[in-house]
Design a protein around this ligand. Structure first.
Ligand code: ZN
Length: 286
């Protein structure tokens, strides 16, 4: 992936090493975090539900550590910053074409745990988006997981992770997130999971749109890059992860979609670059 021409984003908050707790501190072993990551981030249950994330939200938030920009020589942080900037450019333009204004999210780099407006964010949740504070949270240790545990190496695979979370921000701005959240309260667990899958596949489709439009703007992709992202989408499908984690597949408990669905919707966004192609809620087939 060719990222040298991309600018850096002004919206990265580097909270690493700022007392938020780290891997191995506080008695949480790396093995436990890795296991929780596998079980909670991608499989059946929403990680936020699993970890009591929503219930934890206190009325008064502890103040977040002071934000500062990542050091210029920090390669991974710079990569994330450039990808984030690229999503800003793509979505600003896409919203403008729709007569709307895009408000960029902030991206927080943290290690271990960090306060968010949705409760305490933890490494074990994997990367996530908090709709209440419009921030994407990521512990860069996740990229090592992606490469080593999920066998999904490559920069475009890493970029896809960011673009997917930014996709959730786009859904938030468009009001999709609110509607889905409200609808989930009224339906059965199985139906709530089905809504969650549609929401996640739409975020994959939006990530695909970013890939297409970003590549049109700056020709980012080298041969093999698209395959790396599709490989990542395959590796983190619910069916694949459930098979690995529990040896069987329970489609009703999917919350993110199967590998094939995730690939299909990412591709749909990537091939069209058109937001109208991402209506997973109206699709006859996912
Ligand atoms: Zn998601």
């Amino acid at each position: 992936m060719r990222i040298d021409d991309l600018r850096d984003s002004d919206n990265v908050e580097d909270r690493r090493g700022s007392g938020g707790g780290g891997i191995g501190r506080g008695g949480v072993g790396l093995g436990g975090i890795v296991l929780a990551l596998v079980i909670s981030y991608f499989t059946g249950i929403s990680p936020m539900t699993l970890l009591g994330f929503m219930e934890q939200t206190p009325l008064a938030q502890p103040s977040a550590p002071a934000a500062h920009k990542p050091p210029a020589e920090d390669k991974n942080a710079r990569f994330v910053s450039k990808v984030l900037a690229s999503t800003e450019d793509v979505w600003t333009e896409a919203f403008r074409q729709n007569g709307q204004r895009y408000e960029a999210p902030r991206l927080v780099l943290f290690t271990g745990a960090t306060p968010t407006a949705c409760g305490t964010g933890q490494t074990a949740m994997g990367p996530f988006y908090c709709p209440s504070d419009h921030k994407v949270y990521i512990d860069l240790a996740f990229y090592r997981e992606l490469k080593e545990r999920f066998h999904a190496p490559g920069e475009f695979a890493q970029a896809y992770v960011i673009a997917h979370e930014v996709g959730h921000h786009v859904q938030n701005l468009l009001g999709v997130a609110d509607k889905v959240h409200a609808a989930r309260q009224r339906v059965s667990k199985v139906e709530a999971n089905a809504l969650s899958v549609k929401m996640e596949l739409q975020a994959d489709c939006l990530a695909g749109i970013w890939g297409k439009r970003a590549n049109d703007m700056k020709s980012l992709l080298d041969p093999g890059d698209l395959e790396a992202a599709l490989n990542a989408a395959t590796a983190i499908g619910d069916d694949r992860l459930q098979q690995q984690a529990q040896g069987r597949i329970v489609p009703e408990s999917f919350t993110h979609g199967s590998s094939a669905q995730r690939v299909r919707w990412f591709k749909r966004g990537f091939e069209s670059g058109d937001m109208n192609q991402c209506n997973t809620f109206k699709a006859a087939q996912l």
